[in-house]
Write a protein that binds this ligand. Structure first.
Ligand SMILES: NC(=O)C1=CN([C@@H]2O[C@H](COP(=O)(O)OP(=O)(O)OC[C@H]3O[C@@H](n4cnc5c(N)ncnc54)[C@H](OP(=O)(O)O)[C@@H]3O)[C@@H](O)[C@H]2O)C=CC1
Ligand SMILES: Cc1cn([C@H]2C[C@H](O)[C@@H](COP(=O)(O)OP(=O)(O)O[C@H]3O[C@@H](C)C(=O)[C@@H](O)[C@H]3O)O2)c(=O)[nH]c1=O
Ligand SMILES: [Mg+2]
Length: 291
């Protein structure tokens, strides 16, 4: 199978690359220099120029707070360009796999979010990602939109790496305990994407939005505690749960962004991964794991 991937340096793109070789996938990764997502026409042209059996978009504007200051750029990258890529895929008859976010929801549900629940993003990043979903659905029927959440890996910027960096010499970490969600390893997302791509290659693709995120659900404070308790540090910081109001941020984040992941299991046989197992591996890779 030949795959064209938008993204090269990001968390998910790196894990897609790491897994591709073992699966016998011939994958071409486009970094920012090869395809700038701020340029929809250039990205569509990259699809037209390629010979691929599947196109995957693993790049995005992911700076949640900064997006509040540059919503137009975020919307071009996350909203407009995915639609242009999808239209180019449709013209070639190639399926398009895209990654979206739990931040398309407003966080007010009393249960885990299902794919067809009403969206209601609270910030510019979530708005831009929702625009991307809508543009893809309009342009290319052969699409899969994988909504995931709270992504971590040994590379790039993520909550795990922030906690390790900031928590190293502190006796106490204050972390919000009233935002609930699903940490997800980039490696698990890559595995799910390659499984989905393989099914499309065998004519067994199922189009639609699918939720895919780690279990069990937790809060950012719970996630932080799990990170620190796995380190080999002689002195680990105590995690103090605080309220969202006590950690002011530019963008508002959903209080409940827990994703119901049963549809992807029914359609593709992809089970929800346990993020704690992946966290062990990431800490091992970072040289921070306890023996
Ligand atoms: N990170 C998270 O917690 C979550 C992410 N997602 C979604 O998952 C997907 C993958 O995210 P993740 O792997 O974490 O991404 P990262 O934040 O790790 O990396 C973002 C990637 O996008 C690239 N990028 C940003 N702007 C452009 C541009 N204008 N042109 C080309 N490339 C660009 C970056 O390239 P460069 O290195 O050049 O800046 C980088 O490779 C995204 O769709 C994201 O919205 C969903 C839920 C949670
Ligand atoms: C560093 C830190 C953050 N926090 C809070 C702030 C915020 O509410 C929460 C998480 O902060 P972060 O900025 O790391 O996470 P954030 O950038 O909001 O992460 C999001 O990124 C985008 C791309 C997504 O799609 C989402 O799924 C989600 O992963 O933790 C603390 O309470 N204490 C701390 O020391
Ligand atoms: Mg962030």
């Amino acid at each position: 199978m030949r795959a064209l991937i938008f993204g090269s340096t990001g968390q998910v793109a790196r894990e897609l690359r790491r897994a591709a070789t073992g699966l016998g996938i011939e994958a071409t990764f486009l970094d920012r220099a090869a395809a700038d997502l701020a340029d929809p026409a250039a990205c569509a042209a990259a699809v037209r120029a390629a010979s691929a059996d599947v196109v995957v978009n693993a790049a995005a504007y992911t700076a949640v707070d900064r997006a509040e200051d540059e919503p137009d750029l975020a919307t071009r990258i996350n909203g407009e360009t995915p639609g242009a890529i999808a239209a180019a895929c449709d013209a070639k008859g190639v399926p398009f796999l895209h990654v979206s976010t739990d931040y398309v929801f407003d966080g007010t549900s009393g249960r885990a979010w299902r794919e067809d629940d009403p969206t209601g993003p609270l910030g510019a990043y979530g708005h831009s990602k929702l625009a991307g979903e809508q543009a893809i659905i309009a342009a290319c029927p052969d699409h899969v939109i994988l909504r995931t959440a709270w992504v971590f890996s040994a590379h790039g910027a993520n909550f795990v790496k922030t906690m390790l960096k900031v928590g190293k010499d502190r006796p106490e970490m204050r972390v919000v305990g009233d935002q609930e969600g699903c940490p997800t390893a980039a490696a698990d997302i890559a595995g799910a994407l390659w499984t989905i791509a393989g099914d499309w290659g065998r004519g067994r693709g199922r189009a639609g939005i699918f939720h895919y995120a780690g279990a069990p659900a937790t809060s950012w404070a719970g996630f932080a505690s799990a990170i620190f308790e796995r380190t080999s540090w002689p002195a680990r910081p105590a995690v103090t749960e605080i309220a969202t109001a006590d950690w002011p941020t530019k963008a508002v984040r959903p209080a409940n962004s827990v994703l119901d992941c049963s549809a992807i299991e029914a359609a593709y046989g992809i089970a929800q991964p346990d993020w704690r197992l992946a966290l062990d591996e990431v800490l091992e890779e970072l040289g921070e794991a306890s023996a």
